[in-house]
Ligand binder design. Structure first.
Ligand code: PMV
Length: 351
């Protein structure tokens, strides 16, 4: 299928990264999760992707990040395009120029695959809609989430603002292993969640997330992990409605530490924590007990630590961050973010 005027068309979307509180770790079949995961979308950490589709019998694509051709991402992009072609046939009959930029540094511990793959899935779905001349401008976000999932599992959760769940869960009727859905009725406190991302070690991760997920195949604690994640997901769903921050920190920290424990007990095993990651954890727990500060942490598969706290407590927490936490960060680097509203179309090409 070609576009009706046989002309180039361009679309641009901005999409956020997200932070999982219950972690997706391990997959089956085609990028389906071993357990449900729950996350919130970030506000400032976003990828903007512009795709220009030009009719061409050969198809093909070029990809650039921040103006530079990035061969390292070509395989991931090619993989997504290949899997998307059956539902979005324009991909086979157009050459795609894909230009991406991130608002956050690479290897900062913010999942760039979540924002970049969701932004790309939005652009591709929108281009097919325009080529089909569909009058309805609204995209079916579950379909886009399903497509984004094929690029990177966590990207499935970046299609909405606020809180999202991906993976079948008994108490959420519309939950699915194929796509993420929005979580309704969240306590207002958790719609104000702040995320201070502590850059402990800026170097690239020693283990890619695909390698990491593969470690769960035949993991000695595999079955227990699936049970734990399901229990944590059910509990977190309740906590997100009740607004209890202490229980929230318990679940978030249990998930972060379990993720690292699973990596350490894999074969081969990985230790991705930096000595300062452990020092931060100690400081957080001390601050909660000794100063009654409402702060907790999460971590993904790397050494950086995500501090979590309610926005309304910022005045109390910022001086503690400055005195106790900042000196533990690489070049005192901290990226402040908070819960965001989800993706947005940013071009004005279609009038
Ligand atoms: O989407 P992937 O394959 O990059 O995996 C993400 C894995 C974690 O960030 C560790 C957890 C999660 O749920 O985001």
């Amino acid at each position: 299928m070609t576009n009706i005027n046989n002309q180039e068309i361009t679309v641009e979307w901005k999409s956020p990264s997200n932070l999982a509180i219950v972690k997706y770790w391990g997959k089956k079949d085609i990028q389906k999760p071993l357990n449900p995961s729950i996350s919130f979308s970030l506000k400032n950490a976003v990828t903007t992707t512009r795709v220009t589709a030009k009719p061409s019998d050969q198809g093909g694509f070029t990809f650039s990040l921040d103006g530079n051709k990035k061969e390292t991402f070509n395989e991931k992009v090619a993989n997504l395009l290949k899997m998307a072609t059956s539902t979005l046939p324009f991909i086979a009959t157009h050459h795609l120029t894909i230009e991406s930029s991130n608002t956050f540094p690479h290897s900062s511990g913010i999942a760039s695959s979540a924002s970049s793959m969701s932004a790309l899935a939005l652009c591709l779905t929108d281009l097919q809609r325009m080529i089909n001349n569909e009058a309805d401008h609204n995209l079916d976000l579950r379909k886009v989430s399903e497509l984004a999932r094929l690029g990177s599992g966590s990207a499935a959760r970046s299609l909405y603002g606020g809180w999202t769940i991906w993976g079948e869960t008994p108490t959420i009727a519309n939950s699915s292993n194929y796509y993420a859905v929005e979580l309704p009725a969240i306590h207002p406190g958790f719609m104000q969640i702040t995320n201070a991302i502590l850059i402990i070690e800026p170097k690239s991760k020693k283990v890619s997330s695909s390698q990491g997920h593969a470690l769960m195949n035949n993991h000695p604690y595999g079955a227990a992990r699936i049970q734990q994640a399901n229990d944590n997901a059910l509990q977190l769903l309740e906590v997100l409605r009740s607004g209890d921050w202490n229980q929230f920190f318990e679940i978030a920290e249990n998930e972060a530490l379990s993720l690292h424990a699973l990596m350490m007990s894999s074969n081969p095993g990985f230790t991705l924590l930096h000595p300062n990651s452990l020092k931060v954890i100690e400081e957080v727990r001390k601050a909660r007990i000794e100063q009654n500060l409402p702060v907790g942490f999460s971590m993904d598969a790397g050494p950086n630590v995500h501090l979590l706290y309610p926005k309304c407590e910022e005045k109390k927490i910022l001086p503690w961050i400055k005195n106790r936490i900042k000196p533990l960060c690489y070049q005192q680097q901290i990226i402040f973010d908070q819960l965001g509203d989800g993706p947005e179309r940013t071009d004005i090409y279609e009038l």
